[in-house]
Each structure stands twice: as C-alpha cells, then as structure tokens.
Design a protein around this ligand. Structure first.
Ligand SMILES: [Zn+2]
Length: 295
C-alpha cells in the first residue's frame, strides 16, 4: 500500500479546499447586503404602484393634503416576500420604523382610514362599516377635524378609534423641533376634543410614514402610540376599486393593520373597494378598531 500516504495527502488537501470554499461561501453570504424591503409584494404585475417610487424619508416632498402615507420602512405583508430573510420570523407589533407599531399585536385585523374627515367620503365609509358591523381606526387631520366636527362626532359615535394625524398633514413634521412637533400634535388633539371632549385619542400616525426619533418620542410623551401599518394597497394613488380590494384581500393576515384613506383626493375607489374588502375580511378574521384604552 505504497500509495496510501499519497492518497491520504490528497484527501487532506481536498478536505482543506472544501473547508476554505465553505468559509468563503459563508463569508460571501454574510457580506451580501439584505435585499430591500419586500416592496414588490403588493404590486400588481409591472403596472401597479411600487414602493420604490416613494420619496425617501430624508427628503419628503412638499406637503400636499392628498394622502401619501408611503412606507419608508419595512412592510410586512405576509405575502410572498420570501426573498427577505426576516420573512421567516413573525413580525413583532412594534417592528416599524423607530419602533412604531405595525400590527395589532393580536389576531385582530385593523382597518385604518387616514387624512379625513371628508364630507363626501367619510360618511360613505361610516355607512359601510356600520352595515358590516366593523369598527375601524380613523387617523384624522387637525384642520379637517376643525372644519368638520360633526364628522368627528359621527366617527366617535359609531365606536371607532381616533388617531392623531397631525394638524395639516405635514410630512416634514418629524424634522422640526420637538417643541414644534409637540405644538402640532396638541393642536390636532385639541381640535378632535373640541368635537368629542371625552373621546380618547390613543394613536399618532406620521403623515407620509416619515417617522423620526423626535416625532416618535414626542408622540409617546403625549401618550399617543406611534402607529405605522402592515398592509398598504396604495389606495391614495387611486388604482381603482378592484385593485385595492384584490391587494388587501390577498395581503391581510391575522394582526394586519391596513392603511386606507377616506380623504385627501378621489377616494371613491377606496369606498367601492370596501364593498368587497369588508365582507371578505369579516368572514375570515376578527376586524376591529385598535384598542383606545376604553376596552
Ligand atoms: Zn395621511
């Protein structure tokens, strides 16, 4: 067996090569950056709205009253976002940007309606929610609350949860001083309370999803839970009722917080989508307002 030592040497070399290659492979994997957030999961083919089109949080566009609550952070849709390693774990309720709340934290599904109240669309939304015996969460803009206190009262009277959405939908609010942020949020809450003095306001949602440490901190100091979202069908882009409904119905999982808009532009598509969304979700999940401290 004169060849045995040589064979052992070859085997040893092969083993070393395998180990080195394995290390290089593992090293390569570890330095490959994470893919971007699973933004493609809510698109519809190549034509739908895309998260990549969103303005970055560092440089949001000038304020528009139209809802543009675009995600600036990871959006857990529960859909086919298998490309992201984190998709293998359950999202926590506070996994949003800067620790903002993204899910209900329970199995409850929460519909949220932003940018109102609006005299055209909010009453339609309220009627549909009533018809399907679903309670939701309304993130109202201060100047709209001041303009339409009757609608704020109607929201509260139906048992929906109220959420502060800043005074005039300032997507740059998070970059202002803590004192300015505080004044904006207090002014908004005061306008809501002028309509419904006893209604709790448990949440704050930053316009544009443009969260900063400052705005999260001030909201928490005021007793408002910073509320992000789980599912965004981009209804503010008015893609049509069918597309909005299809996206929501496909993406919602237990605990999802769904971002919708009842103001800020043509929201008839959102209203019409509710005709399909509400019976579908109510048949599969418990759809409820986010807790506001009264329950
Ligand atoms: Zn908004």
């Amino acid at each position: 067996m004169r060849h045995a030592p040589a064979a052992r040497a070859v085997g040893l070399v092969a083993l070393v090569v395998v180990v080195l290659l394995g290390s290089a492979y593992a090293l390569g994997r570890s330095v490959v950056p994470d893919p971007p957030p699973a933004h493609s999961t809510l698109t519809t083919g190549g034509t739908g709205p895309h998260y990549a089109d969103q303005p970055p949080a560092e440089d949001p566009p000038p304020h528009t009253p139209a809802g543009d609550d675009r995600s600036t952070g990871p959006v857990e849709t529960g859909q086919d976002g298998g490309a992201h390693p984190d998709d293998t774990r359950e999202p926590g309720p506070h996994d949003g940007p800067f620790g903002t709340q993204t899910t209900s934290g329970t199995s409850l599904v929460a519909l949220t309606f932003d940018d109102g109240p609006d005299p055209n669309y909010t009453p339609q939304v309220l009627a549909l929610l009533r018809e399907h015996q679903v309670r939701a969460t309304f993130c109202v803009v201060g100047e709209n609350a001041q303009r339409h206190p009757d609608l704020v009262r109607a929201i509260a009277a139906d048992g929906h949860t109220l959420c502060n959405h800043s005074w005039n939908h300032d997507v740059t609010l998070g970059r202002r001083s803590p004192a300015a942020i505080r004044a904006d949020l207090l002014r908004t809450s005061a306008a809501i309370r002028a309509a419904v003095p006893d209604a709790p306001i448990a949440y704050y949602r930053q316009p544009g999803g443009a969260w900063t440490v400052q705005v999260v901190t001030v909201a928490q100091e005021l007793g408002l839970t910073p509320l992000h979202w789980t599912v965004d069908p981009s209804d503010w882009q008015a893609p049509g009722a069918d597309r909005i409904a299809a996206m929501v119905v496909a993406a919602v999982v237990p605990g999802s917080v769904v971002l919708l808009h009842d103001a800020g532009g043509d929201r008839q598509g959102t209203v019409d989508a509710l005709h399909r969304i509400l019976p579908d979700l109510a048949g599969r999940f418990e759809v409820e307002a986010l807790p506001d401290g009264r329950t």
